[in-house]
Design a protein around this ligand. Structure first.
Ligand code: AHR
Length: 492
């Protein structure tokens, strides 16, 4: 057992944790949309207008705040008009980004906005810049948000939706340095300005426009984008995206469930690098925008392994163990601590793809260890992130892998602390001083299993949240974090 001291100072506020930091991403990729979220009205799986009821309920339980759609790489080949109107008349589509499979476009704009309404989350549209046109995007915005009498709004009404939807988040392009068109930052920035100029607000709807940001450590991309966009005028860009996956070696990703301790340390090393990565991008952004008016939007993050044996390599289907739960805890604590600049983050992806929240097989549905981390962290949403610092130790000799990760927030008189013990050898006893906060009651929940434990369709609850013990004595909070655990402690 290691003894660790921690200090939380509720008077020292680091940033406001936008609920969107707990956001998600759903792409037309593999079984994320079809089968995972949408099964069609005629399915014998319980559904609301074709959308799986079990998935809606699971999303609601973690208070999913925002959902990005329809891609990813797929967004830059998506033509929204092909997926509205009568389903039997919709154009079929070959998904050239992901496996060349044909889909029937039965999940389109109306179905996506209905999903968001059912879940109670903000929709986040990723628009086609790579192979679309300014006009196509302008018309999509009009179709979705215009209350006026206009060609697109009238078409929406003919398709059964009288009132416009609310749309805040609009991504103008995706990975335009890669699958979104292989552009230089200079070229994309000019193109972005052209698109952005015509993406206008309709009625009382206000768009928060997000420009495509860098891949990982492409700091030049951030610099060029900030230089070219920041003084261009209000409303040009409210956010700049960042994509960063926890992948130690792109040529040798390994599988989700079979890995060595060494693989685990390497994965945590790269995950911990997120902190430095965000600091460096934020530093560049600070030079142009010291007041943090432009948010850093980490709209793709998570683990990425080789697919499960026997599944389509283009479908990116992977299992999810306690290792992924630890990665999620490190990442979310990092985003909280950077909440002054990070305004949204979206795990890749919501169902059946990469570090999924949920896996489905026919009518069966399971919640992954990663899902439970979002459950443990949900009380941070809309809280103020406060100073939280602890002693730490490297969990393996000679490796730069801190055993403890944590963050704390205060909202409505409740202090929420989330912490994970990443060590696979040592339990940790924490003694935490609370400054600037007086509490009386404490409660705790924990996710604690073997590092390689996972949920599958026959044993869906191997990894699940349990009540945990924590003690409050005056201004000192004490609790134990067993090895390989993620916990939430609340004090009020
Ligand atoms: O999430 C899978 C893919 O990863 C997305 O389509 C793309 O944006 C990224 O490269």
């Amino acid at each position: 057992m290691k003894n660790i001291s921690m200090l939380i100072n509720a008077n020292d506020k680091l940033g406001h944790i936008n609920k969107e930091i707990y956001g998600h991403f759903s792409e037309h990729l593999g079984r994320c949309i079809y089968g995972g979220i949408f099964v069609g009205e005629d399915s014998d799986i319980e559904n609301v207008h074709g959308i799986r009821k079990d998935v809606i309920d699971a999303f609601k339980n973690i208070r999913m705040p925002v959902l990005r759609w329809p891609g990813g790489c797929f967004a830059d080949e998506y033509h929204w008009k092909d997926a509205i109107g009568k389903k039997e008349e919709r154009k079929k589509l070959v998904n050239l980004s992901w496996g060349g499979v044909t889909e029937d476009n039965s999940f389109g704009t109306h179905e996506f906005f209905e999903l968001c309404e059912l879940v109670g989350c903000e929709p986040y549209l990723a628009a086609n810049v790579g192979s679309g046109t300014v006009r196509e995007l302008v018309e999509w915005i009009e179709y979705v948000t215009s209350p006026a009498v206009s060609p697109m709004a009238d078409e929406r009404r003919r398709n059964g939706r009288e009132e416009p939807w609310h749309l805040k988040y609009l991504g103008i392009g995706n990975e335009n340095w890669g699958c979104g068109g292989n552009m230089t930052p200079e070229y994309y920035a000019d193109l972005y300005k052209q698109y952005s100029t015509f993406c206008r607000d309709h009625g009382d709807n206000h768009l928060y426009k997000i420009a495509c940001g860098p891949s990982g450590n492409d700091f030049n991309w951030t610099d060029v984008m900030m230089r070219k966009l920041v003084n261009y005028g209000t409303g040009c860009a409210s956010g700049l995206s960042l994509h960063f996956y926890s992948i130690p070696d792109w040529n040798n990703k390994g599988t989700a469930c079979e890995f060595s301790d060494e693989d685990y340390y390497e994965l945590l090393n790269i995950t911990n690098y997120t902190d430095k990565l965000i600091s460096t991008h934020s530093g560049i952004m600070d030079r142009y925008d010291p007041e943090c008016k432009i948010g850093l939007i980490v709209d793709e993050w998570g683990t990425w392994y080789d697919v499960e044996e026997g599944t389509n390599p283009a479908f990116l289907y992977q299992q999810n163990t306690m290792r992924d739960a630890i990665v999620a805890a490190i990442s979310l604590n990092t985003f909280n601590r950077h909440s002054k600049r990070v305004k949204m983050a979206n795990l890749a992806q919501a169902v059946n793809v990469l570090q999924a929240l949920i896996l489905t097989e026919g009518r069966r549905m399971i919640k992954t260890p990663t899902y439970h981390v979002f459950d443990l962290f949900k009380n941070h949403q809309e809280g103020d992130c406060v100073y939280c610092h602890s002693e730490n130790f490297n969990m393996a000799e000679g490796k730069n892998t801190p055993a403890l990760t944590s963050s704390a927030s205060v909202k409505d008189g409740v202090l929420t602390l989330t912490a994970a013990n990443c060590s696979i050898e040592d339990d940790i006893e924490i003694s935490c001083k609370l400054a600037g906060f007086e509490g009386r009651e404490v409660s705790a929940r924990i996710l604690n299993e073997d590092l390689r434990a996972f949920n599958d369709f026959d044993t869906p609850d191997t990894v699940k949240i349990a009540e945990h013990f924590a003690k409050l004595d005056g201004d000192t909070l004490t609790f134990t974090l067993p090895k390989c655990s993620v916990a939430e402690i609340t004090v009020k």
